[in-house]
Design a protein around this ligand. Structure first.
Ligand code: ADP
Ligand code: MG
Ligand code: ZN
Length: 609
């Protein structure tokens, strides 16, 4: 066994590397720079932690969120790695103590907030150190084209220049766009880095889009059906976060909230409640999540559609990091598009941008929004849609998403479609410009609305033609016609016009068939393991929680769900067998082996009798 496999097994308790890890580790060990692009949960941390342990000097890790360094360092310490962090949550004395230990060579890995890099004291300390590797986590923060530009990331460059000897520099991100990747390499001035971009598929995630009439009760039942599991509910606005969190609490769900309008202290507390499993559900804006390494999130619900596929995949990807099955469900409504457009066109602008750059960014964002809406409306495989978006080849059906599992039936809607399309044409002929879906639907249903009367739309032959079709059904039909290319939005957005395809229907009697999705078949529970295993798993979880509370660390830092499940399946009875469990390294086996083995042996005996 080579040394990196030894460390993988002994320190982290894993038997094999995941895709991309080995190459990135080898590069750094050979003294080369490295750039790793892997999806959230892909295992980027190991890519710098293992080289750190196998190099002579110290590894500095730049990480954007101070609140989370604590957990990362706690996890390393529990694996027997001497580690520390330096950020503004420490007192000046504590920081001095860390500097002293650093100079005495007591740490292998130190997490540093980017702001700290420019601090006099830190720089002086760093100049006296033997730094083997500088690892930049969430490296997309350095690009102003990325989702989370952080100006303090630019300090990394000055810091590197201030060092007498340049360490190996490695950078990691989950952002897939080529432009951001280029920015990272260029701004950090990576030297001929080994680049690894792994596949973006996350097979353990199940994707689904729902379009309920009324989202709140649907959200509530989704959350209730997942009681006891950890989940994130994302909303677009602070107001919705407040409303949904209160609604869940009113129905007895232990939910907490997170958005930029709360005080730092409350944000930290609420985040801890979630990370430490005191509150299983957190309702949050997109301000929440970067750097959250909580590995046992079982579901991510989107109460609103996000503004881009990048944002969606990053947020949804926070589910199932430990590899367990997890769900990503998005609740879509047409009003989400309006909110997203508003947010894009009214977002606080960066003063460093010129007017032209600002307009370019806005156009880019509106295009991204369109692709996000496409995800919500597609009847094709959702995983396929995501992978295509990120430029990856994929099978036509994944068999594990809402659309692949849905029962799709074809319906002939030629008659109704003709009425709709003809109405679009007549309105435009009559008033000289096209209108949006809402006015179209009202005309078809014979509304006495003031605007309809003012425009004289009640005089059209198509007025009131679909009087008996419920508004929502008609709305859906219009959406289908748009998605299938019979109608298109005008460049300015909002209004609908006919396409050539629509003319074929109106003038050449082309039939219109739409695919109607009905809810997924109830999942057949494939011959699930018998109940005793569940009981054992629950008992292991309870023990883990007791340990975590006693040691003031998050439960997943003790062991991940995947590790507990493997433990329940393998039922080790000796220390040697315990070490065979995935995620159990020697140090953790020393710490927790006895407690878990005694539970496992007790369970074993209980089963024998
Ligand atoms: P990322 O930073 O890429 O989002 P993490 O580094 O947080 O992902 O890793 C996600 C999870 O995967 C963690 O629970 C980690 O322990 C686990 N993991 C990483 N590498 C491996 C591996 N080779 N085998 C099994 N699990 C792994
Ligand atoms: Mg990470
Ligand atoms: Zn699919």
């Amino acid at each position: 066994m080579d040394r990196k496999h030894e460390v993988l097994a002994q320190v982290f308790g894993y038997a094999e590397f995941r895709g991309g890890q080995e190459e990135l580790i080898d590069a750094q060990l050979a003294g080369r720079d490295a750039l790793g692009v892997m999806p959230t949960g892909g295992g980027k941390s190991l890519c710098y932690q293992i080289p750190a342990l196998l190099s002579g000097g110290i590894t500095l890790v730049i990480s954007p969120l101070i609140a989370l360094m604590k957990d990362q360092v706690a996890a390393l310490k529990k694996a027997g790695v001497p580690a520390a962090y330096i950020n503004s949550s420490l007192t000046p004395e504590q920081i001095r103590a860390v500097y002293k230990n650093l100079l005495a060579g007591r740490y292998k890995i130190v997490y540093v907030a980017p702001e700290r890099l420019a601090a006099e004291g830190f720089l002086r300390t760093a100049q006296a150190l033997d730094i083997s590797i500088l690892a930049v986590d969430e490296a997309h923060c350095i690009s102003q084209w990325g989702q989370d530009f952080r100006p303090s990331y630019l300090k990394i460059v000055d810091f590197l220049n201030a060092l007498e000897r340049r360490p190996v520099v490695s950078a990691f991100t989950a952002t897939a766009t080529a432009q951001v990747r280029e920015d990272i390499a260029r701004i950090l001035a990576l030297r001929d880095p080994v680049r690894v971009v792994t596949g973006f598929d996350r097979p353990n995630l199940r994707f689904e889009v729902l379009t309920p009439q009324n989202k709140e009760p649907v959200l509530l039942s989704l959350v209730k059906a997942r009681a006891g599991k950890s989940g994130i509910v994302y909303c677009s606005t602070r107001r919705d976060v407040e409303k949904i969190c209160r609604m869940l609490q009113d129905h007895g769900v232990a939910a907490t909230r997170y958005h930029a309008g709360l005080s730092d202290e409350e944000r930290r507390e609420n985040q801890d409640d979630f990370v430490y499993d005191r509150c299983p559900v957190i309702v949050a804006t997109n301000a929440f999540g970067m750097g959250i390494d909580k590995s046992n999130v079982a579901y991510v619900l989107h109460y609103n559609m996000p503004q881009s596929m990048e944002a969606y995949y990053q947020e949804a990807g926070r589910a199932g990091r430990d590899g367990s099955d997890a769900e990503c469900i998005l609740l879509y409504a047409a009003s989400d598009v309006r909110t997203a457009k508003y947010l894009i066109t009214h977002s606080v602008t960066n003063d460093e941008l010129t007017e032209r750059e600002r307009r370019q960014l806005m156009e880019r964002d509106l295009l991204r929004l369109k692709q996000m809406v496409g995800y919500c409306k597609t009847t094709a495989c959702l995983r396929g849609y995501i992978l295509s978006y990120f430029g990856e080849a994929h099978a036509e059906h994944c068999g594990h998403c809402g659309n692949c599992e849905a029962v799709v039936t074809e319906r002939d809607v030629t008659t109704q479609a003709k009425m709709v399309l003809s109405c679009v044409r007549r309105i435009q002929d009559h008033i000289g410009y096209p209108v949006g879906a809402a006015l179209l639907v009202r005309t078809l249903r014979g509304s006495r609305d003031r605007r309809i009367l003012a425009l004289g739309l009640d005089m059209l032959p198509t007025y009131d033609l679909l009087h008996d079709t419920p508004r929502t059904e008609l709305r859906e039909l219009v959406e289908h016609l748009e998605a299938d290319g019979y109608l298109q939005e005008t460049a300015k957005g909002g209004a609908l016009t006919l396409t050539d395809r629509a003319r074929d229907v109106l003038f050449y009697d082309e039939p219109v068939r739409i695919l109607v999705r009905s809810a997924p078949k109830p999942k057949r529970r494939t011959a699930k393991a018998p109940a005793p295993d569940d009981a054992l798993f629950e008992a292991l979880k309870a023990l883990r929680l007791r340990i975590a509370e006693h040691e003031h660390i998050p439960a997943y830092v003790v062991f991940s769900n995947v590790t507990l499940r493997d433990m329940a399946a393998k039922r080790p009875t000796t220390m040697a067998e315990f070490l065979e469990v995935s995620g159990v390294g020697t140090y953790k086996a020393d710490l927790y082996g006895e407690a878990f083995l005694s539970l496992l042996n007790g369970h074993h005996e209980a089963r024998e009798t």
